[in-house]
Design a binder for this molecule. Structure first.
Ligand SMILES: [Fe+2]
Length: 623
Protein backbone atom coordinates (compact mmCIF):
# COMPACT_ATOMS: atom_id res chain seq x y z
CA UNK A 1 0.00 0.00 0.00
CA UNK A 2 1.26 3.44 -0.79
CA UNK A 3 2.27 4.88 2.49
CA UNK A 4 4.81 7.46 3.33
CA UNK A 5 6.09 7.14 6.81
CA UNK A 6 9.45 8.76 6.23
CA UNK A 7 8.23 12.04 7.60
CA UNK A 8 4.85 12.26 9.21
CA UNK A 9 4.68 15.85 8.20
CA UNK A 10 3.14 18.19 5.76
CA UNK A 11 4.09 16.45 2.58
CA UNK A 12 3.12 12.91 3.45
CA UNK A 13 0.96 10.98 1.06
CA UNK A 14 -2.26 9.83 2.59
CA UNK A 15 -3.29 6.28 2.43
CA UNK A 16 -6.97 6.15 2.72
CA UNK A 17 -10.15 4.17 2.69
CA UNK A 18 -10.77 0.57 3.27
CA UNK A 19 -12.36 -1.84 0.93
CA UNK A 20 -13.36 -4.71 3.12
CA UNK A 21 -14.64 -7.68 1.24
CA UNK A 22 -18.16 -8.37 2.35
CA UNK A 23 -17.32 -11.99 3.01
CA UNK A 24 -14.96 -11.11 5.81
CA UNK A 25 -16.71 -8.16 7.26
CA UNK A 26 -18.38 -8.81 10.54
CA UNK A 27 -18.38 -12.55 10.19
CA UNK A 28 -17.07 -14.93 12.79
CA UNK A 29 -14.28 -15.86 10.44
CA UNK A 30 -12.20 -13.46 12.41
CA UNK A 31 -9.22 -11.32 11.75
CA UNK A 32 -7.69 -13.54 9.11
CA UNK A 33 -10.58 -13.01 6.73
CA UNK A 34 -9.95 -9.31 6.52
CA UNK A 35 -6.36 -9.89 5.53
CA UNK A 36 -7.81 -10.62 2.12
CA UNK A 37 -9.36 -7.23 1.99
CA UNK A 38 -8.14 -4.75 -0.51
CA UNK A 39 -7.53 -1.12 0.14
CA UNK A 40 -7.15 2.09 -1.71
CA UNK A 41 -5.19 5.24 -1.20
CA UNK A 42 -7.08 8.46 -1.42
CA UNK A 43 -7.48 8.92 -5.09
CA UNK A 44 -4.75 11.05 -6.60
CA UNK A 45 -6.17 12.98 -9.51
CA UNK A 46 -4.69 14.79 -12.49
CA UNK A 47 -6.16 18.03 -13.76
CA UNK A 48 -8.51 17.87 -16.74
CA UNK A 49 -8.55 20.55 -19.46
CA UNK A 50 -9.53 23.94 -18.06
CA UNK A 51 -13.05 23.72 -19.43
CA UNK A 52 -13.60 20.32 -17.96
CA UNK A 53 -13.44 18.92 -21.47
CA UNK A 54 -16.64 16.91 -21.62
CA UNK A 55 -20.12 16.57 -20.22
CA UNK A 56 -18.85 15.13 -16.95
CA UNK A 57 -18.99 18.68 -15.64
CA UNK A 58 -22.38 19.65 -17.06
CA UNK A 59 -24.26 20.43 -13.88
CA UNK A 60 -28.02 20.23 -14.09
CA UNK A 61 -28.78 20.87 -10.44
CA UNK A 62 -27.43 20.78 -6.91
CA UNK A 63 -28.78 17.62 -5.33
CA UNK A 64 -28.21 17.15 -1.64
CA UNK A 65 -30.14 13.87 -1.81
CA UNK A 66 -27.48 12.37 -4.10
CA UNK A 67 -24.82 13.31 -1.52
CA UNK A 68 -26.65 12.58 1.76
CA UNK A 69 -23.53 13.05 3.92
CA UNK A 70 -22.55 16.18 1.95
CA UNK A 71 -18.82 16.96 1.63
CA UNK A 72 -15.86 17.40 3.94
CA UNK A 73 -12.17 18.23 3.85
CA UNK A 74 -9.22 17.42 6.07
CA UNK A 75 -5.52 16.70 6.22
CA UNK A 76 -4.28 20.02 4.82
CA UNK A 77 -0.84 20.40 3.22
CA UNK A 78 0.78 23.48 1.67
CA UNK A 79 -0.36 22.15 -1.71
CA UNK A 80 -3.78 20.68 -1.05
CA UNK A 81 -6.08 18.76 1.25
CA UNK A 82 -8.22 15.64 1.16
CA UNK A 83 -11.78 16.20 0.01
CA UNK A 84 -14.52 13.71 0.72
CA UNK A 85 -18.03 12.81 -0.30
CA UNK A 86 -20.44 9.89 -0.39
CA UNK A 87 -22.92 9.03 -3.10
CA UNK A 88 -26.34 7.74 -2.11
CA UNK A 89 -26.68 4.04 -2.83
CA UNK A 90 -29.84 4.62 -4.87
CA UNK A 91 -28.06 7.15 -7.11
CA UNK A 92 -24.95 5.01 -7.67
CA UNK A 93 -24.13 3.88 -11.18
CA UNK A 94 -21.29 1.45 -11.63
CA UNK A 95 -19.52 2.95 -14.64
CA UNK A 96 -20.05 6.60 -13.89
CA UNK A 97 -16.92 8.65 -13.15
CA UNK A 98 -17.04 11.48 -10.64
CA UNK A 99 -16.13 15.06 -11.46
CA UNK A 100 -14.48 17.38 -8.98
CA UNK A 101 -14.29 21.15 -9.43
CA UNK A 102 -12.03 23.38 -7.36
CA UNK A 103 -11.83 27.16 -7.53
CA UNK A 104 -10.00 29.72 -5.37
CA UNK A 105 -12.26 31.54 -2.91
CA UNK A 106 -12.07 35.28 -3.59
CA UNK A 107 -11.54 36.00 0.12
CA UNK A 108 -12.01 34.33 3.49
CA UNK A 109 -15.56 35.53 4.03
CA UNK A 110 -17.43 34.69 0.82
CA UNK A 111 -20.12 32.13 1.67
CA UNK A 112 -19.94 28.68 0.09
CA UNK A 113 -23.24 29.31 -1.70
CA UNK A 114 -21.61 32.16 -3.64
CA UNK A 115 -18.88 29.94 -5.11
CA UNK A 116 -18.49 30.49 -8.85
CA UNK A 117 -17.25 27.50 -10.82
CA UNK A 118 -17.69 29.17 -14.23
CA UNK A 119 -14.19 30.66 -14.33
CA UNK A 120 -10.76 29.97 -12.85
CA UNK A 121 -11.73 26.41 -11.99
CA UNK A 122 -9.64 23.26 -11.93
CA UNK A 123 -11.39 20.11 -13.13
CA UNK A 124 -10.53 16.61 -12.01
CA UNK A 125 -11.90 13.29 -13.19
CA UNK A 126 -12.17 10.53 -10.61
CA UNK A 127 -12.36 7.15 -12.38
CA UNK A 128 -15.57 5.21 -11.83
CA UNK A 129 -13.68 2.37 -10.18
CA UNK A 130 -12.70 4.63 -7.29
CA UNK A 131 -16.31 4.92 -6.20
CA UNK A 132 -17.39 1.49 -5.10
CA UNK A 133 -20.04 -0.28 -3.04
CA UNK A 134 -17.11 -1.95 -1.23
CA UNK A 135 -16.18 1.45 0.21
CA UNK A 136 -19.79 2.10 1.17
CA UNK A 137 -19.92 4.59 -1.74
CA UNK A 138 -17.49 6.92 0.01
CA UNK A 139 -14.82 8.77 -1.92
CA UNK A 140 -11.68 10.52 -0.70
CA UNK A 141 -9.64 12.54 -3.15
CA UNK A 142 -6.18 13.79 -2.25
CA UNK A 143 -5.53 17.17 -3.85
CA UNK A 144 -2.01 17.38 -2.40
CA UNK A 145 0.24 18.80 -5.08
CA UNK A 146 -2.59 20.45 -7.02
CA UNK A 147 -3.28 23.67 -5.11
CA UNK A 148 -1.46 26.80 -3.92
CA UNK A 149 -0.33 27.35 -0.36
CA UNK A 150 -2.16 29.46 2.21
CA UNK A 151 -5.47 29.75 0.37
CA UNK A 152 -9.13 28.99 0.74
CA UNK A 153 -10.73 27.05 -2.13
CA UNK A 154 -14.29 26.10 -2.92
CA UNK A 155 -14.94 22.61 -4.27
CA UNK A 156 -17.82 20.44 -5.31
CA UNK A 157 -18.33 16.96 -6.70
CA UNK A 158 -20.41 16.24 -9.80
CA UNK A 159 -22.04 12.88 -10.42
CA UNK A 160 -24.22 12.21 -13.44
CA UNK A 161 -25.25 15.86 -13.74
CA UNK A 162 -25.88 16.33 -10.03
CA UNK A 163 -23.61 18.65 -8.05
CA UNK A 164 -22.86 18.21 -4.37
CA UNK A 165 -23.21 21.03 -1.87
CA UNK A 166 -20.18 23.33 -2.06
CA UNK A 167 -17.37 22.78 0.38
CA UNK A 168 -14.48 25.04 1.31
CA UNK A 169 -10.95 23.93 2.14
CA UNK A 170 -7.87 25.72 3.34
CA UNK A 171 -4.29 24.82 2.42
CA UNK A 172 -1.41 25.34 4.84
CA UNK A 173 1.08 28.18 4.36
CA UNK A 174 4.55 27.19 3.18
CA UNK A 175 6.84 26.27 6.10
CA UNK A 176 8.93 29.40 5.53
CA UNK A 177 5.92 31.72 5.33
CA UNK A 178 5.17 34.16 8.11
CA UNK A 179 1.40 34.23 8.65
CA UNK A 180 -0.08 36.75 11.08
CA UNK A 181 -2.74 34.61 12.64
CA UNK A 182 -3.99 31.07 13.11
CA UNK A 183 -7.47 30.58 14.49
CA UNK A 184 -8.75 27.14 15.40
CA UNK A 185 -12.22 26.09 16.46
CA UNK A 186 -11.96 23.07 18.76
CA UNK A 187 -14.47 20.31 19.34
CA UNK A 188 -14.83 16.90 20.92
CA UNK A 189 -17.43 14.36 21.99
CA UNK A 190 -20.35 14.50 19.56
CA UNK A 191 -22.58 11.83 21.07
CA UNK A 192 -25.57 11.79 18.75
CA UNK A 193 -28.21 10.38 21.08
CA UNK A 194 -27.44 12.94 23.78
CA UNK A 195 -27.98 16.19 21.94
CA UNK A 196 -28.13 18.28 18.80
CA UNK A 197 -25.30 19.92 16.89
CA UNK A 198 -25.98 23.64 17.22
CA UNK A 199 -22.33 24.00 18.29
CA UNK A 200 -21.22 22.77 14.87
CA UNK A 201 -23.44 25.34 13.18
CA UNK A 202 -21.77 28.05 15.27
CA UNK A 203 -18.33 26.66 14.39
CA UNK A 204 -19.32 26.84 10.72
CA UNK A 205 -19.74 30.59 11.15
CA UNK A 206 -16.43 31.12 12.95
CA UNK A 207 -13.76 32.90 10.92
CA UNK A 208 -11.48 29.97 11.69
CA UNK A 209 -8.66 28.54 9.63
CA UNK A 210 -9.33 24.94 10.73
CA UNK A 211 -11.46 22.90 13.07
CA UNK A 212 -9.43 20.70 15.37
CA UNK A 213 -11.40 17.67 16.51
CA UNK A 214 -9.99 16.08 19.63
CA UNK A 215 -11.78 12.76 19.53
CA UNK A 216 -15.05 10.91 20.10
CA UNK A 217 -16.26 11.97 16.69
CA UNK A 218 -18.68 9.06 16.87
CA UNK A 219 -19.67 6.90 19.82
CA UNK A 220 -20.01 3.17 19.43
CA UNK A 221 -23.46 3.07 21.00
CA UNK A 222 -26.94 2.51 19.63
CA UNK A 223 -30.09 3.11 21.57
CA UNK A 224 -32.98 5.46 22.03
CA UNK A 225 -32.04 9.10 21.94
CA UNK A 226 -32.50 11.61 24.72
CA UNK A 227 -34.14 13.96 22.21
CA UNK A 228 -36.59 13.43 19.34
CA UNK A 229 -35.00 11.94 16.24
CA UNK A 230 -31.75 11.00 17.97
CA UNK A 231 -32.25 7.25 18.39
CA UNK A 232 -29.82 4.87 16.69
CA UNK A 233 -30.63 1.28 15.78
CA UNK A 234 -27.44 -0.62 15.01
CA UNK A 235 -27.68 -3.16 12.16
CA UNK A 236 -26.45 -5.91 14.50
CA UNK A 237 -29.25 -5.10 16.92
CA UNK A 238 -26.69 -4.77 19.71
CA UNK A 239 -26.18 -1.88 22.11
CA UNK A 240 -22.56 -1.31 21.05
CA UNK A 241 -20.98 -1.64 17.63
CA UNK A 242 -19.91 -5.18 16.78
CA UNK A 243 -19.45 -5.10 13.00
CA UNK A 244 -18.26 -3.04 10.07
CA UNK A 245 -21.88 -2.39 9.18
CA UNK A 246 -22.52 -1.08 12.70
CA UNK A 247 -19.62 1.37 12.43
CA UNK A 248 -20.68 2.47 8.95
CA UNK A 249 -24.23 2.99 10.15
CA UNK A 250 -22.94 5.20 12.97
CA UNK A 251 -20.82 7.32 10.64
CA UNK A 252 -23.67 7.64 8.14
CA UNK A 253 -26.08 8.67 10.87
CA UNK A 254 -23.80 11.24 12.51
CA UNK A 255 -22.78 12.68 9.17
CA UNK A 256 -26.38 12.84 7.99
CA UNK A 257 -26.91 15.70 10.44
CA UNK A 258 -27.06 18.97 8.54
CA UNK A 259 -25.70 21.09 11.39
CA UNK A 260 -22.60 18.91 11.59
CA UNK A 261 -22.41 19.05 7.79
CA UNK A 262 -22.40 22.85 7.85
CA UNK A 263 -19.13 22.84 9.82
CA UNK A 264 -17.53 20.19 7.62
CA UNK A 265 -18.61 22.05 4.47
CA UNK A 266 -17.13 25.32 5.70
CA UNK A 267 -13.86 24.27 7.36
CA UNK A 268 -11.02 21.82 6.90
CA UNK A 269 -10.67 19.36 9.76
CA UNK A 270 -7.53 18.34 11.62
CA UNK A 271 -8.34 15.35 13.78
CA UNK A 272 -7.28 12.78 16.22
CA UNK A 273 -9.37 10.02 17.75
CA UNK A 274 -10.16 9.00 21.29
CA UNK A 275 -11.67 5.77 22.57
CA UNK A 276 -15.26 5.88 21.30
CA UNK A 277 -14.42 5.74 17.61
CA UNK A 278 -13.93 2.03 18.40
CA UNK A 279 -14.89 1.22 22.00
CA UNK A 280 -14.92 2.88 25.44
CA UNK A 281 -11.71 3.01 27.54
CA UNK A 282 -9.51 0.89 25.33
CA UNK A 283 -5.83 0.09 25.60
CA UNK A 284 -3.22 -2.30 24.22
CA UNK A 285 -2.51 -5.57 25.99
CA UNK A 286 1.23 -5.79 25.32
CA UNK A 287 1.62 -9.16 27.01
CA UNK A 288 -0.73 -10.88 24.61
CA UNK A 289 -0.53 -8.42 21.72
CA UNK A 290 -4.12 -7.32 21.23
CA UNK A 291 -6.41 -4.36 21.97
CA UNK A 292 -8.28 -4.70 25.23
CA UNK A 293 -11.22 -3.11 27.04
CA UNK A 294 -13.64 -3.91 29.83
CA UNK A 295 -16.44 -2.10 28.00
CA UNK A 296 -17.31 -4.57 25.24
CA UNK A 297 -18.47 -8.21 25.19
CA UNK A 298 -15.41 -8.97 23.03
CA UNK A 299 -13.08 -7.29 25.56
CA UNK A 300 -10.90 -10.26 26.51
CA UNK A 301 -11.05 -12.12 23.21
CA UNK A 302 -7.91 -11.25 21.24
CA UNK A 303 -9.21 -12.33 17.85
CA UNK A 304 -12.58 -10.63 18.15
CA UNK A 305 -11.05 -7.44 19.52
CA UNK A 306 -8.56 -7.29 16.67
CA UNK A 307 -11.43 -7.74 14.26
CA UNK A 308 -13.43 -4.99 15.99
CA UNK A 309 -10.47 -2.63 15.51
CA UNK A 310 -10.00 -3.65 11.88
CA UNK A 311 -13.63 -2.87 11.13
CA UNK A 312 -13.88 0.28 13.23
CA UNK A 313 -10.75 1.68 11.61
CA UNK A 314 -11.97 0.70 8.15
CA UNK A 315 -15.18 2.68 8.64
CA UNK A 316 -13.22 5.57 10.12
CA UNK A 317 -10.94 5.94 7.12
CA UNK A 318 -13.84 5.47 4.74
CA UNK A 319 -15.82 8.25 6.33
CA UNK A 320 -13.47 10.85 7.77
CA UNK A 321 -11.11 13.04 5.76
CA UNK A 322 -8.17 11.89 7.86
CA UNK A 323 -4.61 12.16 6.55
CA UNK A 324 -3.24 8.97 8.02
CA UNK A 325 -1.05 6.10 7.03
CA UNK A 326 -3.43 3.24 6.38
CA UNK A 327 -2.59 -0.19 5.05
CA UNK A 328 -5.59 -2.53 5.15
CA UNK A 329 -3.40 -5.45 4.09
CA UNK A 330 -1.09 -5.20 7.08
CA UNK A 331 -1.39 -8.05 9.54
CA UNK A 332 -0.46 -6.05 12.62
CA UNK A 333 -2.74 -3.26 13.77
CA UNK A 334 0.26 -1.07 14.52
CA UNK A 335 1.26 -1.36 10.85
CA UNK A 336 -2.26 -0.92 9.63
CA UNK A 337 -3.14 2.51 10.97
CA UNK A 338 -0.86 5.34 12.00
CA UNK A 339 -2.59 8.54 12.94
CA UNK A 340 -0.11 10.81 14.66
CA UNK A 341 1.31 13.61 12.55
CA UNK A 342 2.07 17.28 12.47
CA UNK A 343 0.78 20.25 10.53
CA UNK A 344 3.07 23.24 10.14
CA UNK A 345 1.43 26.65 9.86
CA UNK A 346 4.43 28.60 8.58
CA UNK A 347 6.60 30.23 11.20
CA UNK A 348 3.65 30.90 13.49
CA UNK A 349 2.60 27.47 14.71
CA UNK A 350 3.01 23.76 14.45
CA UNK A 351 0.14 21.43 15.36
CA UNK A 352 1.12 17.98 16.64
CA UNK A 353 -1.78 15.53 16.79
CA UNK A 354 -1.11 12.46 18.93
CA UNK A 355 -2.76 9.04 19.12
CA UNK A 356 -3.46 8.26 22.78
CA UNK A 357 -5.39 5.03 22.28
CA UNK A 358 -3.69 2.58 19.96
CA UNK A 359 -0.38 2.28 21.81
CA UNK A 360 -1.38 2.86 25.42
CA UNK A 361 -0.83 0.16 27.99
CA UNK A 362 -3.59 -0.42 30.55
CA UNK A 363 -4.19 2.25 33.18
CA UNK A 364 -3.73 1.26 36.82
CA UNK A 365 -6.46 -0.80 38.42
CA UNK A 366 -8.17 0.21 41.60
CA UNK A 367 -8.59 -2.21 44.48
CA UNK A 368 -11.69 -3.66 42.82
CA UNK A 369 -9.98 -4.26 39.50
CA UNK A 370 -11.68 -1.27 37.87
CA UNK A 371 -9.62 0.92 35.59
CA UNK A 372 -11.95 3.80 34.86
CA UNK A 373 -13.19 5.08 38.17
CA UNK A 374 -12.05 7.75 40.58
CA UNK A 375 -9.10 6.19 42.32
CA UNK A 376 -6.85 6.97 45.23
CA UNK A 377 -3.37 7.94 44.06
CA UNK A 378 -1.50 4.79 43.19
CA UNK A 379 2.19 4.01 42.84
CA UNK A 380 1.19 1.92 39.85
CA UNK A 381 0.88 5.07 37.78
CA UNK A 382 4.61 5.55 38.26
CA UNK A 383 5.44 2.27 36.52
CA UNK A 384 8.07 3.15 33.90
CA UNK A 385 6.66 0.51 31.56
CA UNK A 386 3.25 2.14 31.51
CA UNK A 387 2.84 4.21 28.36
CA UNK A 388 0.20 6.39 26.74
CA UNK A 389 2.01 7.17 23.50
CA UNK A 390 4.36 4.24 23.02
CA UNK A 391 8.10 4.84 22.78
CA UNK A 392 8.24 5.71 19.09
CA UNK A 393 5.43 8.26 19.20
CA UNK A 394 6.70 9.77 22.45
CA UNK A 395 10.15 10.38 20.95
CA UNK A 396 8.54 11.78 17.81
CA UNK A 397 6.43 14.13 19.93
CA UNK A 398 9.21 15.39 22.19
CA UNK A 399 11.48 15.87 19.21
CA UNK A 400 8.71 17.65 17.32
CA UNK A 401 8.05 20.13 20.13
CA UNK A 402 11.70 20.79 20.94
CA UNK A 403 12.92 21.06 17.34
CA UNK A 404 10.06 23.02 15.78
CA UNK A 405 11.12 26.50 14.66
CA UNK A 406 7.50 27.68 14.86
CA UNK A 407 6.57 30.18 17.58
CA UNK A 408 3.67 28.16 18.98
CA UNK A 409 3.64 24.41 19.51
CA UNK A 410 0.06 23.20 19.61
CA UNK A 411 -0.53 19.73 21.01
CA UNK A 412 -3.75 18.01 19.89
CA UNK A 413 -4.03 15.76 22.93
CA UNK A 414 -7.22 13.77 23.40
CA UNK A 415 -7.20 13.19 27.19
CA UNK A 416 -6.41 15.58 30.05
CA UNK A 417 -2.69 15.92 30.66
CA UNK A 418 -2.78 18.02 33.85
CA UNK A 419 -3.44 16.25 37.14
CA UNK A 420 -7.03 16.36 38.33
CA UNK A 421 -7.95 15.42 41.84
CA UNK A 422 -11.52 15.45 42.95
CA UNK A 423 -12.64 16.74 46.28
CA UNK A 424 -13.83 13.72 48.05
CA UNK A 425 -14.29 15.13 51.50
CA UNK A 426 -14.59 11.77 53.17
CA UNK A 427 -12.01 9.86 55.15
CA UNK A 428 -10.09 8.74 52.09
CA UNK A 429 -9.15 12.25 51.08
CA UNK A 430 -8.78 13.28 47.49
CA UNK A 431 -9.12 10.96 44.53
CA UNK A 432 -7.74 11.15 41.05
CA UNK A 433 -10.78 11.60 38.92
CA UNK A 434 -9.74 9.52 35.97
CA UNK A 435 -6.88 7.10 35.48
CA UNK A 436 -7.96 6.74 31.88
CA UNK A 437 -6.36 10.17 31.34
CA UNK A 438 -2.70 11.12 31.92
CA UNK A 439 -3.08 10.78 35.69
CA UNK A 440 -2.83 7.03 35.09
CA UNK A 441 0.45 7.48 33.21
CA UNK A 442 2.39 9.57 35.69
CA UNK A 443 5.84 8.27 34.79
CA UNK A 444 5.50 9.05 31.10
CA UNK A 445 3.88 12.39 31.81
CA UNK A 446 6.83 13.42 33.96
CA UNK A 447 9.27 12.09 31.38
CA UNK A 448 7.76 14.23 28.63
CA UNK A 449 7.30 17.34 30.74
CA UNK A 450 10.79 16.96 32.16
CA UNK A 451 12.36 16.85 28.70
CA UNK A 452 10.36 19.86 27.55
CA UNK A 453 11.28 21.76 30.70
CA UNK A 454 14.97 21.00 30.21
CA UNK A 455 14.77 22.34 26.67
CA UNK A 456 13.04 25.51 27.84
CA UNK A 457 15.67 26.01 30.55
CA UNK A 458 18.51 25.54 28.11
CA UNK A 459 16.98 28.16 25.84
CA UNK A 460 16.15 30.43 28.71
CA UNK A 461 12.62 30.92 27.41
CA UNK A 462 9.23 29.26 27.30
CA UNK A 463 8.51 26.78 24.51
CA UNK A 464 5.07 28.32 23.93
CA UNK A 465 3.38 24.94 24.32
CA UNK A 466 -0.41 25.10 24.15
CA UNK A 467 -2.23 21.84 24.68
CA UNK A 468 -5.74 21.30 23.33
CA UNK A 469 -7.71 18.55 25.01
CA UNK A 470 -11.11 16.88 24.77
CA UNK A 471 -12.59 13.71 26.29
CA UNK A 472 -13.86 14.88 29.65
CA UNK A 473 -17.02 16.80 28.69
CA UNK A 474 -15.83 19.80 30.67
CA UNK A 475 -13.87 23.03 30.27
CA UNK A 476 -10.41 23.36 31.76
CA UNK A 477 -7.83 26.14 31.61
CA UNK A 478 -4.69 25.24 33.49
CA UNK A 479 -0.96 24.70 33.56
CA UNK A 480 1.08 21.68 32.54
CA UNK A 481 3.81 21.01 35.07
CA UNK A 482 6.72 18.73 35.63
CA UNK A 483 5.30 17.60 38.96
CA UNK A 484 1.88 18.01 40.53
CA UNK A 485 2.74 16.42 43.86
CA UNK A 486 4.78 19.18 45.38
CA UNK A 487 2.26 21.51 46.94
CA UNK A 488 4.95 23.87 48.16
CA UNK A 489 5.77 24.55 44.51
CA UNK A 490 2.21 25.25 43.51
CA UNK A 491 0.33 28.52 43.56
CA UNK A 492 -0.26 30.38 45.78
CA UNK A 493 3.11 29.30 47.10
CA UNK A 494 6.20 31.14 45.85
CA UNK A 495 7.93 29.50 42.94
CA UNK A 496 4.90 27.64 41.62
CA UNK A 497 5.53 28.91 38.13
CA UNK A 498 8.97 27.30 38.04
CA UNK A 499 7.54 23.87 37.37
CA UNK A 500 5.21 25.08 34.62
CA UNK A 501 5.89 23.81 31.13
CA UNK A 502 2.90 25.00 29.16
CA UNK A 503 -0.84 25.58 29.27
CA UNK A 504 -3.75 23.26 28.65
CA UNK A 505 -7.19 24.20 27.34
CA UNK A 506 -10.00 21.68 27.26
CA UNK A 507 -12.93 21.75 24.87
CA UNK A 508 -16.21 20.41 26.23
CA UNK A 509 -18.56 17.95 24.58
CA UNK A 510 -20.43 19.26 21.57
CA UNK A 511 -23.51 17.21 22.43
CA UNK A 512 -22.48 14.60 25.02
CA UNK A 513 -23.80 14.86 28.56
CA UNK A 514 -21.47 17.08 30.56
CA UNK A 515 -19.30 15.54 33.25
CA UNK A 516 -21.41 17.18 35.92
CA UNK A 517 -24.63 15.81 34.47
CA UNK A 518 -23.10 12.35 34.28
CA UNK A 519 -21.65 12.40 37.79
CA UNK A 520 -23.53 11.47 40.91
CA UNK A 521 -23.19 14.40 43.28
CA UNK A 522 -24.88 15.28 46.53
CA UNK A 523 -28.19 16.92 45.76
CA UNK A 524 -27.49 19.89 47.96
CA UNK A 525 -24.19 20.72 46.30
CA UNK A 526 -24.32 23.61 43.89
CA UNK A 527 -22.67 23.27 40.49
CA UNK A 528 -20.25 26.11 41.12
CA UNK A 529 -19.37 24.80 44.59
CA UNK A 530 -17.98 21.64 43.02
CA UNK A 531 -16.11 23.67 40.47
CA UNK A 532 -14.60 25.96 43.07
CA UNK A 533 -13.59 22.96 45.16
CA UNK A 534 -11.87 21.33 42.18
CA UNK A 535 -9.99 24.54 41.47
CA UNK A 536 -8.80 24.80 45.06
CA UNK A 537 -7.79 21.13 45.16
CA UNK A 538 -5.84 21.57 41.91
CA UNK A 539 -3.98 24.88 42.16
CA UNK A 540 -2.60 24.52 38.63
CA UNK A 541 -6.16 24.65 37.26
CA UNK A 542 -7.38 28.21 36.85
CA UNK A 543 -10.82 27.35 35.59
CA UNK A 544 -12.93 24.21 35.69
CA UNK A 545 -16.49 23.97 34.43
CA UNK A 546 -18.11 20.56 34.26
CA UNK A 547 -21.73 21.41 33.62
CA UNK A 548 -21.92 22.83 30.10
CA UNK A 549 -21.53 21.80 26.46
CA UNK A 550 -20.33 23.72 23.44
CA UNK A 551 -16.97 24.42 21.82
CA UNK A 552 -13.91 26.63 22.09
CA UNK A 553 -11.72 28.71 19.83
CA UNK A 554 -8.06 29.58 20.10
CA UNK A 555 -6.35 32.29 18.13
CA UNK A 556 -2.57 32.52 17.81
CA UNK A 557 -0.58 35.60 16.82
CA UNK A 558 3.04 36.59 17.32
CA UNK A 559 2.04 38.27 20.58
CA UNK A 560 -0.14 35.73 22.26
CA UNK A 561 -2.83 33.07 22.17
CA UNK A 562 -6.46 33.69 23.14
CA UNK A 563 -8.69 30.79 24.23
CA UNK A 564 -12.41 31.45 24.24
CA UNK A 565 -14.96 29.04 25.67
CA UNK A 566 -18.58 28.97 24.53
CA UNK A 567 -21.63 27.19 25.76
CA UNK A 568 -24.16 26.19 23.09
CA UNK A 569 -27.61 24.81 23.84
CA UNK A 570 -27.61 21.17 22.71
CA UNK A 571 -31.30 20.65 23.48
CA UNK A 572 -32.55 22.40 20.33
CA UNK A 573 -31.99 21.21 16.77
CA UNK A 574 -31.26 24.63 15.32
CA UNK A 575 -28.42 26.48 13.64
CA UNK A 576 -29.12 29.45 15.89
CA UNK A 577 -29.16 27.49 19.16
CA UNK A 578 -28.33 29.97 21.89
CA UNK A 579 -24.65 30.55 22.48
CA UNK A 580 -22.99 32.10 25.48
CA UNK A 581 -19.45 33.21 26.13
CA UNK A 582 -18.26 31.50 29.31
CA UNK A 583 -14.66 32.54 29.74
CA UNK A 584 -11.57 33.68 27.82
CA UNK A 585 -7.87 33.53 28.62
CA UNK A 586 -4.80 34.99 26.98
CA UNK A 587 -1.32 33.48 27.01
CA UNK A 588 1.42 36.01 26.21
CA UNK A 589 4.12 34.81 23.83
CA UNK A 590 7.25 33.82 25.70
CA UNK A 591 5.50 33.27 29.05
CA UNK A 592 3.67 30.42 30.69
CA UNK A 593 0.93 32.60 32.07
CA UNK A 594 -2.85 32.50 31.91
CA UNK A 595 -4.48 35.92 31.91
CA UNK A 596 -8.23 35.93 32.26
CA UNK A 597 -9.65 38.49 29.87
CA UNK A 598 -11.58 41.05 31.81
CA UNK A 599 -15.20 41.10 30.90
CA UNK A 600 -15.05 37.68 29.34
CA UNK A 601 -17.62 36.37 31.77
CA UNK A 602 -20.25 38.65 30.23
CA UNK A 603 -23.25 36.78 28.93
CA UNK A 604 -23.41 36.92 25.16
CA UNK A 605 -26.22 35.41 23.14
CA UNK A 606 -25.91 34.50 19.51
CA UNK A 607 -28.46 37.04 18.42
CA UNK A 608 -27.53 40.02 20.53
CA UNK A 609 -23.82 39.97 21.13
CA UNK A 610 -22.33 43.40 21.41
CA UNK A 611 -18.75 44.45 21.42
CA UNK A 612 -17.06 45.13 24.72
CA UNK A 613 -13.44 45.66 25.49
CA UNK A 614 -12.33 42.05 25.09
CA UNK A 615 -11.04 40.22 22.07
CA UNK A 616 -13.23 37.33 22.98
CA UNK A 617 -16.45 39.13 22.32
CA UNK A 618 -15.45 39.72 18.74
CA UNK A 619 -15.46 36.00 18.35
CA UNK A 620 -18.83 35.80 20.02
CA UNK A 621 -20.39 38.05 17.42
CA UNK A 622 -19.76 35.70 14.54
CA UNK A 623 -23.37 35.38 13.72
FE1 LIG B 1 -16.37 11.68 25.01
Amino acid sequence: MPTNTSERGEESTATRRAVLEAAGAGSAVGAMATLFSTGAAATDVDPEPASGGDDLFDVERTARAVFPQSVASGGPTPAGAIVWTRIDEAAYEANEPVGLQVTPAPDDSTPNEAADFSTDTQHFRVPAAELAPGDDYTLSVDLDGELDADRFYFYRFVFDGDASPVGRLRTLPEPDADPDRLKLACASCNRYEQGYYGAFAHMAREDADYIVHLGDFIYEYGGSGDFPGRGIQLPSGKGVAHTLEDFRHLHRTYRGDELMQSALERHTFVMTWDDHEIVNNRWWNYEEGYPNTTSHPYGDDPEKMRQLYVEGIAALVEYLPFRVDYDPDAEELFDRFELYRRFRFGGLAEILMTDERLYRSPPPEDEFGQRDTATPPSREADDPDRTMLGTEQREWFVDGVTSSPATWKIWGNSVLNAALKTTNLGEQGSFYLNYDAWDGYEYERQLIMGELKREARSRGQALNLVTLTGDMHAYVAGYLKTDYREPERQAPFPGAEKSRVGVEFMSPGVSSDSLGEASPTPADLEEDAVEAAVESQNPHIEWFNWSRSGYTTIEFTDDGAVYTAYEVDRSVDAADASKRLLRAYRVPEGEVELQELSGSRTDVTSATSSATDVDATEEASDD
